[in-house]
Design a protein around this ligand. Sequence first.
Ligand code: FES
Length: 104
Amino acid sequence: MEGWHAVAASDEVEEDDVVCVQACGRTLAVFHLEDGGYHVTDDCCTHQEASLSEGYLQGDTIECPRHQGVFHVPTGKPMGPPVVDTLHVYPTKVEDGHVWVRIP
Ligand code: FES
């Protein structure tokens, strides 16, 4: 399962929005930020079990819907308590109308 995988049609993810997808046994969050960039991270918050794609996207940060921890989407860096662990960010590209993710 290693390698690049198309996880969504790029026009399925509206600008300033995030969707949850399943790929290679993982649950991922596909972000389309207001600057036009696409990013893919694990969907599960690093604090406890919560789906970040159900959170609040503001600019390039996502606020967890459960305890309002905040992550920087492009880097996965935690930006606000209670989150302390970095969110996994996957190498991402847009090609042939799809968002592709490299699964390690
Ligand atoms: Fe995300 Fe607690 S589960 S901040």
